[in-house]
Design a protein. Structure first.
Length: 253
């Protein structure tokens, strides 16, 4: 696979100040350089089941994908297809489990995942959790929110300011598990030494601005997970909060 960036990462999840349970989940594997955040939804324990099941499936799929392709590097289209297939594998399993257990009916989850491979970062995304790239003091949102208000902003029907206050801002238009398969966003970007990558649920980005996220990360590095979660909770913490921060370090052969 050629030279690989090593990574240092931390993740943190918190149920927030209002919810009785935490339906968010995350996986952070610096050895494999696979990182996933999922924000579950559904009555009773549905959201928790959906997010944890999805992460387990995606993590196992990626382990097998990387094992099977150690000698022959994947092309970008091949990687996109495999990542999309993995998220849809999770969607099918969540959908089937909801059919088997009526109390889980309607459950689903967002999924945002990052795989650093060689000198590139590959991501797959469904829902309104986010992936950010922080480079040279700037922050860039790489994923697009699959939400009702975000789509209305893109269509010119709402301003950014109106979207922030809209009562339906948490309504998402795509999720894992609501149906057997879903359209998955995939893309890649070059990774550079000292880049930070940040994955989070809307419990963070709904309370903390991009510039505040950027400031905390450059002040605390991967340990910014703690002050960022604290900040979201100080501002109400109405939702579960999850954040994973990854730092790309020197390449290794």
């Amino acid at each position: 696979m050629g030279s690989e960036y090593s990574t240092n990462a931390r993740g943190l999840t918190h149920k927030g100040m209002v919810r009785k349970s935490n339906q968010d989940a995350f996986s952070s594997d610096s050895d494999q350089r696979t990182f996933v955040v999922a924000d579950g939804m559904g009555g009773h324990a549905g959201g928790e089941v959906a997010s944890n099941l999805s992460i387990e499936i995606i993590r196992d799929d990626l382990t097998q994908i990387l094992k099977n392709n150690q000698e022959s590097p994947l092309t970008n289209p091949e990687m996109f297809r495999l990542l999309s297939d993995s998220l849809n594998h999770a969607s099918t399993k969540v959908y089937e489990k909801a059919l088997e257990e009526p109390n889980l009916k309607g459950m689903g989850t967002t999924v945002t995942m990052l795989q650093i491979l060689g000198q590139n970062g590959y991501y797959a995304h469904v829902g309104d959790s986010r992936l950010y790239l922080l480079r040279c003091g700037y922050i860039y949102q790489l994923t697009s929110d699959h939400s009702l208000v975000s789509e209305q902003v893109e269509a010119g029907l709402l301003t950014e300011e109106e979207a922030e206050m809209h009562q339906l801002r948490n309504v998402i238009t795509r999720s894992i598990g609501y149906q057997e398969t879903e359209y998955v966003d995939t893309d890649f970007f070059p990774v550079r030494k000292d880049d930070f990558l940040l994955l989070c649920s809307d419990g963070l980005h709904g309370k903390v601005s991009d510039q505040e996220i950027c400031s905390q990360v450059y002040q605390h590095g991967v340990d910014a997970v703690d002050p960022l979660v604290d900040l979201a909770n100080e501002r109400g913490g109405e939702d579960n909060i999850t954040v994973v921060i990854v730092k790309a370090r020197e390449k290794r052969s």
